[in-house]
Design a protein around this ligand. Structure first.
Ligand SMILES: CC(=O)SCCNC(=O)CCNC(=O)[C@H](O)C(C)(C)COP(=O)(O)OP(=O)(O)OC[C@H]1O[C@@H](n2cnc3c(N)ncnc32)[C@H](O)[C@@H]1OP(=O)(O)O
Ligand SMILES: CC(=O)C(=O)O
Length: 528
């Protein structure tokens, strides 16, 4: 498939995505993301604006040396020459020319008001800026795309001029004119009408670049493609200025899976979930669980009625097979579960509960009662698994017999003195009684230390377990310090992680319950 011919999938995560508030990428981050994007099979990776800042200039230098792209071409982004300056003499145009990128995407004004107010030049000079810059770079051997900024607003204000900017670019050698909904205010039918007119009026290749200010960036991009655009821009996870750009994975998945258009190399869409999450790791922006296609909740089912139909055929409550984008179906257990949810969750965890209606009913009812007391099993799979094992095997998995625990917090007198907690745990493990004291900077930390030191003497594998996240939620607000507290704990053994839950009037008591579940689950996993 000729990715650069039939249809352009153009990623701007490293340029417009990096314009998102709170997102800051180093050169190494950008190189890492570029490799991920190439793994997804996009046709173009816009790497940034060389010449605008040292980091982007450095990115293009290192990309030329270090990136071995299999699918994508690297694009350098920049603006048309300044008014009144020859393109060859404009330092920012020179930086694009010398970037080593084979493609340059030039942002140009196409809205008459912007030309006059922002550029403070004449409409004629703006056309000359477009013409000179495109032809200069084409003459230097680069492929040039034009990003027509504020195109849709400009088209409404002065259609002949907006079209004239595009025609000028095409005549100077631009291969694509991407129509930008820069302020993100468009709706799909409006975009479709304008793109259709541009395609028939200019005969040039049209692209689309949408922002998400109306929540329609993906829909607007699809409307543009439907109307004849053959170049679509977007970003991974929809990063971008303000409310972001079109989420490129949603756009591409819709094109491939719903509209039957091949826009990525065969098989690579199945990498989408992994890549979206890998990019989120680099950007350090937590991935949105409800993100279409690739979110962890995208194929998660909570309602009992859904699960009972899914038991017959998952497609009854799913718009597609999650494997198509590398995602997984998940069953959530909560007070909204019915027997089918429990049965399916059991299957997911390796238990066949299908033949025992009473058992499934008992587990379902127990979950509902516990959830009414504040437990949440959809967020604590490991605690649910222990409950399941207890019901199936008739006893709760246990490696220790806890006799007692206590914790005190002490503050020494004097300026700057910090509170220190000390916990004592008494338990029997593998037939031996242990009395162990642990210290920590808080009561839960001290308890965690004491518990793991005590168990660790009988089961050294506990040393691998690490508490990696801890969440506390007060459940019945209004009761002040008498409220019920729910604690969720995430624990890792270095290979995977799991969540456990504890509930109590006392935050330390709730934490202890979640800690004990966490260690029990870890040991059970190790011994299996
Ligand atoms: C719609 C978009 O998101 S486009 C991408 C925008 N991205 C960025 O702005 C990030 C990178 N930008 C930068 O680092 C800086 O703004 C630079 C290096 C490009 C320019 O910095 P400065 O020279 O300090 O100018 P400043 O940012 O204040 O203003 C932009 C200048 O570019 C001009 N300009 C804006 N759009 C264009 C254009 N399409 N073609 C040519 N010139 C343009 C403006 O008129 C202004 O000119 P002036 O300095 O004569 O007033
Ligand atoms: C070019 C660009 O990012 C925009 O117009 O939104």
């Amino acid at each position: 498939m000729d990715l650069h011919g039939a249809f352009h999938v153009y990623d701007t995560t490293l340029r417009d995505g990096a314009q998102q508030e709170g997102l800051n990428l180093s050169v190494a981050d950008k190189l890492n993301i570029a490799r991920q994007l190439d793994g997804l099979g996009v046709g173009y990776i816009e790497g940034g604006w060389p010449g605008a800042n040292p980091k982007d200039t450095e990115f293009f230098r290192r990309a030329a040396e270090e990136l071995d792209l299999q699918h994508a071409r690297l694009a350098a982004f920049g603006a048309t020459r300044r008014a009144g300056v020859a393109a060859a003499d404009d330092p920012l145009v020179a930086a694009l020319r010398d970037s080593g990128a084979s493609v340059v995407t030039l942002v140009a004004k196409s809205h008459d008001r912007h030309v006059e107010l922002a550029l403070r030049t004449t409409l004629e000079e703006n056309l000359a800026m477009v013409r000179d810059t495109v032809s200069h770079l084409v003459a230097e051997g680069q492929t040039v795309f034009l990003d027509a900024e504020h195109f849709f607003d400009g088209y409404r204000a002065n259609r002949p001029y907006a079209l004239e900017v595009l025609r000028t670019a095409y005549e100077a050698g631009a291969e694509v004119a991407a129509l930008c909904d820069t302020n993100g205010g468009m709706l799909p039918t409006w975009v479709g009408d304008v793109v259709g007119d541009v395609v028939s009026s200019t005969g040039g290749r049209v692209g689309i670049h949408c922002h998400n200010d109306t929540g329609c960036a993906v829909a607007n991009s699809l409307a543009a493609v439907d109307a004849g655009a053959t170049h679509v821009q977007g970003t991974i996870n929809g990063y971008g200025e303000r409310t972001g750009n079109a989420d490129l994975i949603s756009v591409v998945a819709n094109l491939e899976l719903k509209l039957d258009r091949r826009v990525l190399p065969q098989g690579l869409l199945a990498e989408a979930t992994r890549i979206a999450h890998a990019v989120a790791e680099v950007t350090n922006v937590p991935p949105a669980s409800r993100q279409p296609y690739v979110g962890t909740s995208a194929f998660a089912h909570k309602a009992g009625l859904h699960a009972s139909a899914i038991k017959v055929d998952p497609n009854l409550y799913q718009h597609m097979d999650p494997a198509g984008v590398g995602n997984d179906m998940r069953l959530l257990v909560s007070d909204m579960a019915g027997r089918a949810s429990i049965e399916l969750k059991g299957r997911e965890l390796g238990f066949d509960l299908s033949g025992d209606r009473d058992l499934v009913t008992r587990i379902t009812e127990r979950v509902k009662v516990l959830e009414s007391r504040g437990y949440t099993f959809e967020a604590a799979d490991a605690s649910f698994e222990l409950l399941l094992v207890e019901e199936v095997e008739g006893h709760r998995p246990s490696y220790v017999d806890v006799e007692s625990w206590r914790v005190i917090t002490e503050t020494q007198a004097g300026p700057g003195a910090e509170a220190l907690s000390e916990a004592t745990v008494k338990l029997t493990a593998a037939g031996v009684r242990y009395v162990v004291t642990g210290e920590g900077n808080g009561p839960v930390n001290a308890l965690d230390q004491a518990l793991r030191q005590a168990i660790g003497q009988a089961y050294p594998e506990v040393a691998k377990l690490e508490l990696i996240d801890y969440k506390v939620r007060i459940l019945d607000q209004g009761h002040g310090t008498d409220a019920i507290t729910r604690v969720l704990i995430e624990t890792s053994d270095g290979e995977s992680s799991w969540w456990t839950v504890g509930v109590g009037h006392n935050v330390v008591e709730a934490s202890w319950e979640a800690l004990l579940d966490a260690v029990t689950f870890g040991l059970r996993r190790h011994h299996r």
